[in-house]
Design a protein around this ligand. Structure first.
Ligand code: PEP
Ligand code: MG
Length: 547
């Protein structure tokens, strides 16, 4: 038995044989002459384009325009004249069309991969994929990868076009040994709700693994190869329970979130990338309570431009329609480091240069983000919140910067919602204790219980040696939550919880009793939370028991 840890792409369990996918490698070989090989290439390209058109139409009808767009991009690449020139140049050495296409594709991909722009870097995979498709069309005898029985696909990475070609009923799960959670194929995998993990660093994808029995536990992001019968029995049970539970929860889709005694609360979702908005919608989230915008910065190799950010924000806001989307401004520092920010080394990073403190010192970065956010505000129901607030002077700074962002956009003739709501995160004891003062100045509160617990108990949230002492249900934390909730309501503003505690089964009765307006959790917990809430009768809850 052998086990490998990775990163989750989509939750669930899969038990079955591994099917190893490996891309075609063409050896250098002589061709039939330059013109004859070029004619073969042109024919294969035509076939590839026809297949891409077919994939486009299929994906459009099954998943929508955004997902289908990838195939239109691939078609453009197949038709690209620079690509064609590079192939001609390779053919001048009298090699086969297969070898020329593969080599030209690799060169072009290399060029994209070396670019600084994150979007252009991503195009490297697209070029490789298009080249592989043409090579496969040239090799008529090669039927490509197919699944004859339900299997867990094991690959280094998988072209999206290969995934779309496969019979989905045969895919139990996918392990991308390399990949990344936000690659195109990962996004498609999530949309298709296939249990999957990526970045399994310790796993080497070798052909001898083909046909080996394995368990994919995408809840724990683990692949277990060659499990014993005891483990198999326990996982079959887990999988069955998970599926039964999931099926039952579907009954809560489209329903309002109500307690047993009829109190209404909203369930929002936390997301870390604009692509995850699909998960939120699929799980019937009533809004987005926390979009961790810093991931846009973390994934880039340089400061993301206003336009780039705007595209991400717009995508989420538009997708959610009338439902509220709360985007959190940049929250880096502490455990989230970004090289190009060139942040100083610190003795106590969690208590150091972080979030709003960085924005105050580097207002130009904050302004670009606010402008992108205001631009996205005209596409739906967008609100913005700022993390790590401790003082009213920070709120004054935010308002001044917001006013400047509006003025700049006005001067540029761009539209925005001038009344976009601006709130703060209550995640420091300072913010909670002074929440009466903050409530008079901002449009809403959102409690970040992860940091509020860390700073209240003075226990580092990422120190594994202290995890047994980290008690986020500590009365001190709950008293601060109660204080902030009462102060928010006294000033007529709503309050939500977006930290991990929002889905704490033991604390749910307390949160509902004190009147928290919104709970924001990962998409996968939305329906189970709605179900739990439906069993709680707040008239029978005594908040004093928690305080
Ligand atoms: C929190 O602190 O509770 C929170 C939601 O923010 P993060 O976990 O991103 O710091
Ligand atoms: Mg926080």
């Amino acid at each position: 038995m052998d086990s490998h840890k990775g990163t989750r792409v989509f939750e669930g369990y899969a038990l079955g044989k591994l099917a190893v996918y490996s891309s075609i490698k063409v050896e250098k070989a002589a061709g039939l002459g330059q013109e004859a090989e070029f004619a073969r290439f042109e024919k294969a390209r035509e076939e590839t384009i026809a297949a891409l058109d077919k994939s486009y139409m299929e994906t459009l009808s099954k998943l929508g325009e955004e997902e289908a767009a990838l195939f239109a991009t691939h078609k453009l690449m197949a038709e690209d004249l620079d690509f064609e020139d590079a192939i001609r140049a390779e053919l001048a050495a009298d090699v086969s069309a297969e070898y020329a296409v593969q080599t030209a594709g690799a060169q072009l991909a290399e060029m994209f991969a070396s670019m600084d722009d994150a979007y252009m870097k991503e195009r490297a995979n697209d070029v490789r994929e298009v080249a592989a498709r043409i090579v496969s069309a040239l090799r008529k005898e090669d039927k490509g990868f197919c699944l004859n029985e339900p299997s867990i696909i094991l690959c280094e990475d998988l072209p999206s076009s290969e995934l779309m070609k496969l019979n989905k009923k045969m895919i139990l799960g996918i392990v991308f040994a390399k990949g990344g959670t936000n690659s195109h194929v990962s996004i498609l995998t999530r949309m298709l709700e296939i249990p999957s993990i990526c970045e399994t660093e310790t796993l080497e994808v070798t052909p001898d693994l083909d046909g080996t029995f394995a368990i994919l536990d995408a809840m724990k992001s683990e692949l277990i190869i060659g499990p014993d019968s005891k483990l198999l029995t326990s996982y079959s049970k887990k999988k069955k329970e998970y599926e039964e539970n999931k099926a039952k929860l579907q009954a809560f889709k489209g329903k309002p979130t109500l307690t047993k005694d009829g109190k209404k609360v909203a369930i929002y979702n936390n997301i870390a990338s604009s692509f995850e908005v699909e998960n939120a919608l699929r799980n019937d989230a009533e809004g987005i309570g926390l979009f961790r915008s810093e991931f846009i910065y973390l994934e880039a190799s340089d400061y993301p431009s206003e336009d780039e950010q705007f595209e991400h924000y717009k995508r989420v806001v538009e997708a959610m329609g009338k439902k509220q989307v709360i985007i959190r401004t940049l929250d880096i520092g502490a455990d989230k480091k970004i090289d190009y920010f060139d942040l100083p080394e610190e003795e106590n990073p969690a208590l150091g240069f972080r979030s709003i403190r960085i924005c105050k010192a580097r207002p130009e970065i904050f302004l670009v983000q606010l402008q992108a956010l205001y631009r996205a505000s005209s596409y739906g129901n967008l609100a913005v919140m700022v993390p790590m607030i401790i003082s009213l002077s920070e709120v004054k700074f935010i308002k001044e910067m917001a006013a400047l962002a509006r003025e700049n956009l006005k001067a540029r003739g761009l539209s925005f919602n001038k009344d976009m709501k601006i709130g703060i995160m209550v995640e420091t004891p300072a913010a909670a204790v002074c929440s009466d003062l903050f409530a008079a100045e901002v449009d809403f509160f959102s409690i970040g219980t992860n940091d509020l617990s860390q700073y209240t108990m003075a226990i580092d949230r990422v120190n594994p040696n202290l995890s047994s002492s980290f008690n986020p249900r500590h009365r001190a934390v709950l008293r601060l939550i109660k204080m902030a909730t009462d102060n928010a309501h006294a000033h007529g503003i709503p309050i939500g919880i977006c930290g991990e505690l929002a889905r704490d089964e033991k604390l749910l009765p307390f949160f509902l009793k004190i009147g928290v307006d919104e709970l924001s959790v990962s998409p996968a917990y939305t329906l189970s939370l709605r179900e739990q809430i439906s069993h709680i009768d707040t008239s029978k809850v005594d908040e004093a028991d928690y305080l």
